[in-house]
Write a protein that binds this ligand. Structure first.
Ligand code: GDP
Ligand code: MG
Length: 597
């Protein structure tokens, strides 16, 4: 394709504003798929994604569009994930594009995540086209939403495209605008090869497949390429595009986006953000790479049955081939035995990984409460990082303990702003800014990351009837009065239940925690004492009373179906329990600390 006939773009949208539907519609109009194939939303291909309605992995599609000017354009659409946990993937997708569509639900308005991503796009010099979606809905208010886009993001939205991705209304107009307003890529096809790895994933048959954007030169099947970060050379086995099905073309030229397979077996051999060139032109400058993604929260994961340990390790290894942000190392817990300490981007990422491990690899796992990474300045001058409460060193040798702090941006309709401020204050937040933007208010807070990654987002949603939106980024480590809260079951400290919390909250949380655990730990044949302790001093206690009779006695005999239900419930509950000493502790009890705010 002639460079002037190529358009590389991406879609920025908040979850549920219609990105997948819009993508499907574009693919359909450009003839990329039949109606039957479209039935399955193609761009969200993983099962879990489809169920949760979020896009995790960036994907791309190359399409032909016959425009009104009679020319056929090549549209390269690079998908981006929509959830706050995955925002690091967005910036690299944007880097490969010249433009982006900002899709906003015309009945909902602008949300914080989209604002952050939009700023990234504008900073990277992309042309951003506002698109008002769901115009078929009666509550669509294009004037209000256009004004919001102008006030909050600063984009001119007076003649924003108005579409219904669902009905197809306005779609042709959108594609014409896209071709007209998004600039064609620049690049020299005769120059030495310079290509960027936008994404890499592991395929069971092909090995590592990388999505690349070629900036200069030409990449062909059979070429010898070099990964500039590792200096390793690889023969190119396959080159092509996604239509969205994988299609070999044997060549990718400057300005184009597609895949390359080069016999690489491990995702770290083709790291995202790396620059590819030819072996014969090793001096080609590296494109500005991307920060290595660092996990933000860590949790212990343990197989319920010790026999599953090997399978668990294999499964993690496989998942990590696909997901460079997944980090793990073996962990040995007194209470839970052998498992792994696993690092995640956020708690949603954690849930998704746990779900995949259980569903795709048939494992029963117990997860401990997630924790952020703490920075410890030791008396010796050494700085260490701790991501496991039970591995805290002797506090006598610690000069200062620091917690990660984030800068959070929250967009919320005015009526709920009081609730949000109260919530932020309870979580030790410091307000930096408050701005009225259209009918919404933008709050900027500094908050301890531990307070944000746990259940903050869910809490925000529930105190604002679902209207608040959130975006946050790590700022720095800050000294804080932190302590480890230990939990003792029948007098024994259970390492996997320990948490690090702020000293001012330690007593109240300790009390709530033992109460919550009392509800969660099933009654046994003997009394179970639950205690919370700080530095050996017990601050709260509760007792799960011994079981007196058969549980089913509670059902008053007659009601057989209730009896059956209860037994089934017990059986299901049984699955995720772990015997700690003589006491059976269910999964929920390990996560109880998340529920006591
Ligand atoms: P995504 O999370 O941004 O990918 O959003 P989806 O494309 O999955 O859409 C979220 C929901 O909005 C789905 O139930 C869609 O059917 C619905 N939806 C998307 N576009 C439209 C539209 O133009 N009109 C209406 N009425 N519903 C839409
Ligand atoms: Mg989607």
């Amino acid at each position: 394709k002639d460079l002037s006939l190529i358009r590389n773009f991406s879609i920025i949208a908040h979850i549920d504003h219609g990105k997948s539907t819009l993508s499907d519609r574009i693919i359909q109009i450009c003839g990329g798929l039949t109606d039957r194939e479209l039935k399955e939303q193609v761009l969200d291909s993983m099962d879990i994604e489809r169920e949760r309605g979020i896009t995790i992995k960036a994907q791309s599609v190359t399409l032909d569009y016959l425009a009104d000017d009679g020319k056929t354009y090549q549209l390269n659409f690079i998908d981006t994930p929509g959830h706050v946990d995955f925002s690091y993937e967005v910036s690299r997708s944007l880097y490969a594009c010249e433009g982006a569509l900002l899709v906003v639900d015309a009945g909902q308005g602008v949300e914080a995540q989209s604002v952050a991503n939009c700023y990234t796009a504008v900073e990277q010099g992309l042309e951003v086209l506002p698109v008002l979606n769901k115009m078929d809905l009666p509550q669509a208010d294009p004037d209000k939403v256009s004004k919001e886009i102008e006030e909050i993001i600063g984009l001119d939205a007076t003649d924003a495209c108005q579409v219904s991705a669902k009905s197809g209304m306005g779609m042709e107009g959108l594609l014409e605008r896209l071709v007209r307003d998004i600039p064609a890529p620049k690049g020299d096809r005769d120059a030495p090869l310079q290509a960027l790895i936008v994404d890499s994933w592991f395929d069971n048959y092909l090995g590592v497949v990388s999505l690349v954007r070629v900036f200069d030169g030409t990449l062909k099947k059979g070429d010898k390429i070099r990964m500039t970060s590792t200096g390793r050379d690889w023969p190119v086995g396959e080159v092509g595009i996604f239509t969205p099905l994988r299609k070999e073309t044997g060549i990718l030229r400057a300005g184009e986006v597609g895949f390359v397979v080069a016999g690489i077996k491990d995702i770290h051999g083709a790291p995202v953000g790396d620059t590819i060139t030819h072996t014969k032109t090793p001096d080609v400058p590296r494109l500005p790479g991307f920060q290595k993604v660092k996990p933000q929260v860590y949790a212990g994961m343990f197989p319920v049955s010790a026999d599953d340990y090997e399978d668990f390790r294999d499964a993690l290894e496989k998942l990590a081939l696909n997901d460079a942000s997944l980090d793990y190392e073996p962990e040995n817990s007194d209470a839970l035995g052998f498992g792994f300490r696993v690092g995640f981007l956020g708690t949603l990422h954690m849930e998704i990984i746990q779900e995949r491990l259980e569903r795709e690899y048939n494992l029963d796992l117990l997860t401990t409460a997630p924790t952020v990474v703490y920075e410890l300045a030791m008396d010796s001058g050494e700085i260490i990082y701790v991501s496991n409460p039970s591995k805290l060193p002797d506090m006598a040798n610690v000069n200062e303990m620091r917690e990660p702090v984030v800068r959070a941006s929250i967009l919320v309709p005015q009526e709920f702003v009081g609730n949000v401020i109260t919530e932020c204050e309870q979580r030790r937040g410091t307000q930096l800014d408050m701005q009225f933007l259209g009918s919404q208010i933008q709050l900027t807070y500094e908050l301890p990351m531990s307070e944000v990654v746990m259940d903050f987002f869910d809490r925000l949603k529930s105190i604002t009837k679902g209207y608040a939106s959130l975006d946050y980024n790590f700022e720095r480590f800050e000294a804080a009065k932190l302590v480890r809260l230990d939990v003792l079951i029948n007098g024994d400290r259970v390492d996997a239940l320990a948490v690090i919390i702020h000293r001012d909250h330690a007593h109240s949380r300790g009390r709530l925690l033992v109460e919550k655990m009392k509800e969660l730990i099933p009654r046994q044949m003997f009394d179970v004492a639950i205690q919370a302790a700080i530095g050996g001093q017990v601050v709260a206690r509760s007792t799960v009373k011994a079981l007196r009779k058969n549980v089913t006695a509670k059902c008053y005999g007659g009601d057989a179906s209730r009896k059956k239900k209860l037994l089934e419930k017990q059986k299901a509950g049984k699955k995720r329990m772990k015997q700690v000493g003589r006491v059976e502790i269910p999964q929920d009890a390990f996560l109880a600390v998340l529920k006591v705010n």
